[in-house]
Write a protein that binds this ligand. Structure first.
Ligand code: SF4
Length: 500
């Protein structure tokens, strides 16, 4: 058996490393009937589809080609792309649709595979910024009154103690912090209030550390949101989130179009304007420049924003918005008031004497909100679909490209040497024509690996017709009884899945 790699703990992430030895197998050998995988796994079943997929991924990486693979349930597709990715020696980004799959790959599949790679696997797991704490905000909160209520004060005590010992700053490692903690929302590392390199805590910042870990990794596990956030900010003053990489593997690739649409689209909400107004007031109070003029301007912004956003449809949910000209004819005044107040505030803050660094992101947000609002109201681009979404008191104005194919072609497929798309559901009617057209993917190799299970003889679909309506109070009791009965028949062997 290959020597077990030495375990080393990188700041907060389990990474497996040992002497740099080449892996003593090829992709074909690894997945073969008597290969390392078969020997290591007591219940291993050889799967022809898995080896076919792994060889296709290996070829795509070696030849710098794009590959699209539909792999039915039970193929073992995660290992089928991870093994060739690790063996390629290139830096490969793995992007998933869900956090569950991200965690499964990082906490289960990579540690499992580490036993086969005497040269070690350098992998890291990157999440969005709001999952990490901002050290500077925690230090500031000790001195300045940003917390309200006993609950926030008690959550803050937990976070402050944890910050002293955590290696990653990843919220999921805090014991006892309620999911709904409002204190966390005031202390997380999202970009809106980050002063970047000017920050006194920049060198110890958890975001900086996350970037360093990624720089040292060969396999970087992200989700589609983070991947497209990186594409969106690459050319901005913030720079890229991800380091240079040679290939990206999109698992759960059927979700790509939706996520890409969100990042290539534009969005502005009443809540965002309100948050910005509150942040300006809070920073100005803390740093002693909350003059009467500034107070007056923030109050005006609140009033104008309220009048403006209330002009949109009142119904809860989403509705299309196509009447730009008519809207501006009737409500142009209300719209222009919001724009001019955003502009005035940006100009005012830019002139503050001895301005603290915290003003830089505030001015940037004011300008960005003005620009987004203008684009939404005035561009009326026929390639975008415009809509309004009302949830409770909040109103969001959003525009999404009708077709993301040209954007994906330009920003993903034509610049990244190897892009691999995989999912259990990508083909329609036995071909990839539809998905390739929607995503702008030309010239990719294609592979359909049929499902490993014989559904016709191994599966039984049961729909209980007698259960009460799900909205009925009696539903939960009746469903529980039904599940118990099914479990009796299956002798307890079951995986019961619920919505949240
Ligand atoms: S660099 Fe930004 S996120 Fe990091 S500690 Fe400083 S303000 Fe917070």
């Amino acid at each position: 058996p290959p020597p077990r790699p030495r375990e080393r703990k990188w700041p907060g992430h389990l990474t497996l490393e040992s002497e740099a030895l080449p892996a003593p197998f090829t992709v074909r050998k690894f997945f073969s009937r008597s290969g390392p995988l078969a020997r290591a796994h007591p219940n291993y079943e050889f799967r022809q589809g898995q080896i076919e997929m792994a060889l296709a991924v290996e070829a795509a990486l070696a030849e710098k080609r794009h590959q699209i693979v539909e792999a039915g349930t039970g193929t073992g597709k995660t290992l089928a792309y991870l093994v060739p990715a690790i063996l390629s020696g290139k830096r490969v980004v793995i992007s998933t649709g869900t956090k569950n799959l991200q965690e499964q790959i990082f906490y289960k599949d990579i540690p499992f595979l580490a036993q086969f790679f005497p040269g070690g696997i350098k992998a890291c797991y990157m999440k969005g910024r709001s999952n990490y704490a901002c050290r500077q905000k925690i230090y500031d909160a000790e001195r300045e009154p940003i917390l309200s209520g006993l609950e926030e004060v008690s959550d803050f005590a937990i976070i402050r103690e944890w910050e002293k010992t955590t290696d990653t700053g990843d919220r999921s490692s805090i014991p006892n912090l309620p999911d709904s903690s409002t204190a966390w929302a005031k202390l997380d590392a999202r970009a809106e209030l980050c002063t970047g390199q000017r920050c006194p805590s920049f060198d110890r910042c958890f975001i900086t550390l996350m970037h360093q870990r990624a720089q040292e990794s060969d396999i970087i596990i992200v989700n589609h949101h983070l991947f497209f956030a990186d594409i969106a900010v690459k050319d901005s003053e913030f720079g890229a989130i991800l380091p240079e990489y040679s290939a990206v593997i999109f698992d759960e690739a059927h979700e790509l179009e939706d996520v890409a649409g969100q990042y290539f689209g534009i969005s502005i909400s009443w809540n965002q304007v309100e948050d910005l107004r509150r942040d300006i007031a809070a920073v100005a109070r803390r740093k002693n420049f909350f003059t009467r003029d500034l107070e007056q301007m923030t109050r005006l912004l609140a009033e104008h924003a309220e009048k403006f956003f209330l002009l949109f449809p009142q119904e809860e949910g989403r509705s299309g918005f196509g009447a730009h000209k008519e809207f501006l004819r009737r409500h142009g005044e209300a719209y222009r008031r919001v724009l001019s107040t955003l502009e005035l505030l940006a100009a005012h803050l830019s002139l503050v004497k001895d301005a603290p660094d915290e003003l830089v992101p505030l001015v940037r947000r004011l300008k960005a909100q003005k620009e987004t609002l203008e684009r939404y109201m005035e561009a009326a681009d026929p390639d975008y679909v415009y809509w309004v979404e009302r949830r409770g008191r909040n109103v969001t104005l959003q525009a999404t490209p009708v077709n993301v194919s040209s954007l994906l072609r330009e920003k993903v497929f034509s610049v990244i040497p190897t892009v691999i798309l995989t999912s259990a559901t990508l083909a329609v009617g036995g071909t990839f024509d539809y998905v390739k057209d929607r995503l702008g993917l030309d010239g990719a190799r294609e592979l359909i690996v049929p499902g490993h299970f014989d559904y016709a003889s191994q599966a039984l679909l049961y729909v209980p017709p007698h259960l009460p309506d799900v909205r009925n109070e009696a539903f939960v009791r009746a469903a529980a009884d039904e599940v118990r009965e099914v479990l009796r028949h299956s002798r307890g062997r079951a995986f019961v899945l619920f919505t949240s």
